[in-house]
Design a binder for this molecule. Structure first.
Ligand code: SF4
Length: 233
């Protein structure tokens, strides 16, 4: 009986997310599969908006894998310096471009082959598979991991476990969209430190809401009371 209720609640969560975030898609700007891959690598621990600021100049200087395979990483660093972890990202995007250039410029289309590219983990590979190749895939980044756990769509300790549990809970046809719904919800409302439960459209369906609402009430009760000015006589 409990599992029937749990399944119904999960279905209701997915349907609410689908209606609130209908049409949600990646905020990264790219013109082809190569630019998508590089932008996703750069987006690790960086906002999409920041990545969108640096990629136009980067892709003007290095418009394809063959071009980005030629420089030394230190030559690429100035283009991506504001992205965070720029030294390792410069190394990774140059090394990945060298491998892609060896493959004739084609971005691999399997998880196994994508994982061979430097700087590419399961999340990046799943984004490329879903967006570039329109495959059914759920990329689990920090937002998806946090929100899916809070909404109890999954109970997972690692992103990879969350990915596999989400694949069981979310209908296959919605895998790619579910990734965008959860990311948008995490960015806009279900923030890592202080989620905005009072204005959350999933409040009535979220098992974690009571903990965060209690913490919010405790914070409010500890906040210094504003001084009440006496009205002028
Ligand atoms: S109710 Fe709160 S914890 Fe639950 S999904 Fe919404 S913002 Fe996140």
């Amino acid at each position: 009986m409990a599992s029937v209720a749990r399944d119904q609640r999960r279905r209701a969560v997915l349907s609410r997310l689908a209606s609130v975030y209908a049409g949600a898609t990646t905020a990264l700007r790219y013109r082809n599969d190569f630019e998508l891959l590089i932008a996703v690598i750069l987006s690790a621990q960086c906002t999409d908006a920041r990545v969108n600021l640096v990629t136009p100049a980067l892709f003007r200087a290095y418009p394809n894998a063959a071009a980005l395979a030629r420089p030394e990483p230190k030559d690429v660093e100035p283009y991506i310096k504001t992205c965070g972890l720029y030294r390792s990202k410069a190394k990774n995007i140059v090394a990945a471009s060298r491998k892609i250039a060896e493959l004739g410029g084609r971005i691999p289309d399997t998880m196994e082959d994508l994982l061979e590219l430097p700087g590419v983990g399961r999340k990046t590979a799943n984004v490329v598979l879903a967006v570039a190749y329109e495959r059914d895939a759920i990329a689990v980044d920090t937002h998806v991991f946090r929100v899916a756990n809070r909404l109890r769509l999954v109970r997972a300790k690692t992103p990879e476990k969350a990915e596999h549990q989400l694949m069981k809970v979310v209908p296959r046809a919605q895998w790619s969209q579910a990734h965008h719904w959860l990311i948008h919800h995490g960015r806009e409302i279900c923030h890592a430190r202080i989620p905005e439960c009072p204005r959350c459209p999933l409040l009535d369906l979220c098992p974690s809401a009571k903990y965060f609402l209690r913490a919010r009430a405790q914070r409010a009760s500890r906040a210094p009371k504003a001084k009440v000015r006496r009205p002028p006589p």
